[in-house]
Write a protein that binds this ligand. Structure first.
Ligand SMILES: Cc1ncc(COP(=O)(O)O)c(C=O)c1O
Length: 441
């Protein structure tokens, strides 16, 4: 069973040999402008000399030392930096090697927290439709991504799903002004139906990534959801693996909503793809109780807190701060989105352009008024992705968000330091790819 064409339908993948700022270069010398960081990873582009120098220095000293035997400057510095960037409510974190592991760690920390309180019945998770949290069994269990779950059904955790928070694709019969109230009531109903004494946590992406094609929750959603969670002693886990670390123009995506979740997952922008790195970041009450009752988090892996990965994270975050790049993303993200909207307005098939910061989704529909998707078998988003790639633009095509198979979106998520002229190139190449895919030329 093939859930998506490999390499966006390109069977013979080009061989990567070099990165250079916002460009990747293959063995034939072809240059690819990175309009999406692959899946929204590369916040500083490629081969940044300062990041590479920091990693090299660390490798020359020592690549890695096991966290139960040694601490390191890189690990301590990155911990302090992340906690400062996250805000005073966060107390500590568990480093991981990927976004999935960060989500897995967050789920386990939630369970451990209730175990530390003697509430061993609080084991159940609630998540949202059209969400993606990762490929490990726990993270996959709380993900509603039919194509990626299908082969594993029967072995996944029993999870309750509530509606996606999508203002473009509203639940049937709900008016726009009632959406937040409706979603909060639905979550409350789900918690009460399962039994609050059984529910450990609600897990959600503040801005949905690949599973929805960049879907920011409607204004007021996070506040309303947090009130419901607090009422029933249910933890709120924010999965900011894709939308966090500055991608949406604030370091934490939920800063925008004025909300502090109980546990937060980050990954992609943390070390910007230079070395795999993620983290589950934990607020004070949870961290304090776990430390006092159990001494330590019962999660982690051999490579947790890998020294060179932490050095990469320190370098990436230092540069983001020094060069004001998260502010730049916030400042220029709205203009980028507006320029995309204007450039794409000529296509009736562009139903929605949305997002925040340098995290923008373009949804394609066969009929703008009904929002009907294109048939899944047309694989429109992958066709656009393949045409863009052939023309030297990397964007991120996603599919299946409407009914599990139909639905086409393209994600644009450039490096935070992409030049203005590169942003213009991204728009021009994307317009060309969409135009040629739609006309079939
Ligand atoms: C929101 C979100 N959570 C978790 C993950 C899983 O991260 P990884 O692929 O690094 O395991 C992803 C990956 O795309 C993601 O977008």
């Amino acid at each position: 069973m093939k859930s998506r064409p490999s390499g966006f339908g390109i069977e013979q993948l080009p061989r990567i040999v070099r990165g250079e700022g916002s460009y990747l270069i293959d063995a034939a010398g072809k240059r690819y402008l990175d309009g999406s960081g692959g899946p929204a990873v590369f916040c500083l582009g490629h081969a940044h000399p300062e990041v590479n120098a920091a990693i090299t220095r660390q490798l020359q000293d020592v690549a890695y030392a096991y966290r139960y035997l040694f601490t390191s400057s890189a690990l301590e510095e990155l911990t302090a930096t992340v906690l400062r960037l996250c805000g005073a409510e966060f107390q500590d974190l568990v480093f991981t090697g990927s976004g999935s592991e960060a989500v897995e760690a967050a789920m386990k920390i939630a369970l451990q927290y209730f175990a530390a309180r003697g509430l061993m019945n609080k084991r159940h998770f609630i998540a949202r439709r059209r969400s993606w949290h990762g490929n490990t069994l726990g993270a996959l269990s709380i993900s509603d991504f039919a194509q990626r779950r299908r082969a594993f059904e029967g072995s996944l955790l029993d999870v309750t799903f509530v509606s996606a928070a999508n203002a473009y694709r509203m639940p049937d019969g709900v008016r726009r002004e009632d959406l937040v109230g409706h979603l909060a009531a639905e979550l409350e109903h789900a918690i009460v139906s399962v039994g609050p004494e059984r529910v450990a946590a609600f897990v959600f992406e503040p801005i949905v990534g690949a599973a929805g094609g960049v879907v920011p929750a409607p204004e007021g959603y996070a506040v309303a959801i947090q009130a419901v969670c607090r009422k029933y002693d249910v933890l709120m886990i924010a999965d900011e693996v894709m939308c966090g670390a500055g991608r949406a123009g604030t370091w934490r995506a939920l800063e925008f909503d004025g909300i502090v979740p109980d546990i937060m997952c980050i990954a992609k922008g943390l070390a910007g793809g230079y070395i795999p790195l993620g983290a589950a970041v934990v607020t004070r009450a949870i961290a304090t109780l776990i430390h006092s009752e159990h001494g330590a988090y019962m999660t982690g892996h051999t490579f947790t807190g890998h020294t060179a990965a932490c050095a990469a994270g320190v370098a990436v975050q230092d540069i983001l701060q020094r060069d004001g790049l998260v502010d730049r993303v916030r400042r220029d993200g709205a203009a980028l989105q507006e320029s995309l909207r204007e450039a794409l307005a000529k296509f009736d098939e562009v139903g929605d352009v949305r997002g925040r910061g340098f995290f923008i989704g373009i949804e394609l529909v066969s009929d703008r008024s009904t929002k009907a998707p294109f048939p899944a078998k047309r694989a429109l988003s992958f066709d656009i992705g393949a045409r863009a790639f052939a023309d030297g633009l990397i964007c991120y095509p996603c599919s299946g968000h409407v009914d599990g198979s139909a639905g086409d979106t393209i994600i644009i998520a450039p490096p935070y330091n992409a030049a203005d002229a590169e942003l213009e190139q991204i728009i021009a190449k994307l317009v060309s790819a969409i135009g040629s895919a739609l006309s079939g030329s």
